[in-house]
Design a protein around this ligand. Structure first.
Ligand SMILES: CC(C)(COP(=O)(O)OP(=O)(O)OC[C@H]1O[C@@H](n2cnc3c(N)ncnc32)[C@H](O)[C@@H]1OP(=O)(O)O)[C@@H](O)C(=O)NCCC(=O)NCCS
Length: 181
């Protein structure tokens, strides 16, 4: 069992790792306070130093970052596999995440592990995907309901746009006709 001292030492190491991030922050923007409070927080070491961290924060949102010099050595996938196993053990129903469409490496591993795109939006002027990985039946239902919700939202937003345009044309036509009298 880990003692309080080893746990706080590990947190210190994670804080030092977080503070050493630089280029990686282009695709990773979780505030340190949120990271420390996350429900699941794990790390992978290389040569005794933390090379990457991953976990689950608020609303089961996944975070994952590997230090530049250790990327492309399967560490990201190792961390992701561990988070999924832990989440299953703790009986979470699903894992969700946000990933920029341009982050092809992250997107590749998320799809490889079974995450599905539920919707897309624009975040900080960049295209972003919201992805979900169901872990049990309730997770599958949640994913299906979310997909339905976003489809309906899209339907109403597009159709309301046309209804509004039609209404404006009718209004303009009436105004024009009244002026001509
Ligand atoms: C995304 C990230 C966590 C991945 O970790 P990693 O340790 O580099 O990834 P891995 O080595 O485990 O796996 C990389 C996979 O991407 C593939 N890959 C590499 N470059 C790629 C590219 N340009 N396009 C598509 N796939 C690519 C590799 O082939 C490998 O897949 P494979 O095992 O099926 O062959 C890491 O790059 C990172 O920390 N990036 C910065 C922060 C970030 O983007 N976090 C995710 C936020 S959602």
């Amino acid at each position: 069992m880990k003692t309080k001292k080893t746990v706080s030492k590990e947190i210190e190491n994670i804080v030092a790792f977080y503070e050493s991030l630089n280029e990686e922050l282009e695709n990773f923007s979780l505030p340190l306070e949120k990271l420390i409070q996350s429900k699941i927080l794990i790390s992978e070491k290389m040569g005794g130093k933390i090379a990457g961290i991953a976990g689950l924060g608020d609303k089961n949102l996944l975070f994952l970052v590997v230090k530049k010099e250790f990327q492309n050595q399967k560490l990201g996938q190792k961390l992701l596999a561990k988070v999924i196993t832990l989440a299953k053990h703790r009986k979470y129903h699903f894992i969700a995440l946000n990933v920029f469409a341009s982050n092809v490496r992250a997107l590749h591993i998320y799809k490889k592990f079974g995450f599905k795109i539920v919707t897309s939006n624009i975040m900080n002027s960049r295209k972003n995907y919201f992805m979900v990985l169901p872990l049990d039946l309730r997770g599958c239902i949640y994913e299906a309901l979310l997909k339905l919700y976003f489809k309906c939202e899209l339907y109403f937003v597009t159709h309301l746009y046309y209804v509004r345009r039609l209404w404006l044309s009718v209004k303009n036509f009436i105004e024009h006709k009244t002026k001509m009298r």
